[in-house]
Design a protein around this ligand. Sequence first.
Ligand code: 2AM
Ligand code: CA
Length: 259
Amino acid sequence: MTYGAIAELAKQWVEEAGDLLRESLSNQSLKIEEKTNASDLVTEMDRSIEAFFVEKIREHFPHHKIFGEEGTYDDITDMSGFIWIIDPIDGTLNYVKQKSNFCSMIALFEDGEGVVSFINDVINNDIYMGVKGHGVFRNDDQLKPIPDHSINEGLIAISTKMVTKETAITQELVNDTLGVRLIGSAGLEMIQVLTNRVSAYVTNELNAWDIAQGYMMATELGLSFTTREGKAVNLLTKNPIVVANPKAHQEIISKFMKE
Ligand code: 2AM
Ligand code: CA
């Protein structure tokens, strides 16, 4: 099956999951539990959307491996072969508190390289899709390449933990830009960079399911996506990341290397 054919099939699953998520917003008795702390939540929808994707993948691609936030871990010790990475709801705290600003994401990697990827901006009903060799799309529109520019010409997005735990470098970074924007969903923050609404996204350590989908799309669009040390992302561990156009990316990495 070509990457395009896989994407066509997976797009139907992503659309169906988006419908289920929109319908769930009117559920008054949604079950919510804390994971590690009061700001780290999981709902019955995180679990059921992951189960939905897992069922579809197993049905169509029984030999592919799966790595999902809510507990689907096949025996994955390296990135060889086909691996699906799932974040059923990215920004669960927003899903619960705001009923907006969350997304649903899946990506397929082949031998460590992202080949098909989806980020569904559920409330805006915008599905972002990356297909290796074909580009990145918002619904039917292809995203344009982003002109190289300095961080002082644009906005920066950062993860919330950088504000509370890394104040000095965060202040320095923000002072060099036109301003800072925070959403609280890594997927939607990466979309901001992919659509050139912010120039860069910088984070503390995030898991594979938070970044894999944006990583695939950013790479396809010619953006730089690395750890804060400028090293290649390793999806088998957590990574603090910088994603930006190559010029802004280099400026940000230089700041981290001076720390
Ligand atoms: P999630 O909603 O899928 O958990 C919020 O700043 C961003 O960080 C979201 O993308 C959120 O994803 C992620 N996140 C929340 N808690 C986290 C944790 N303990 N470790 C890593 N990422 C986390
Ligand atoms: Ca999640």
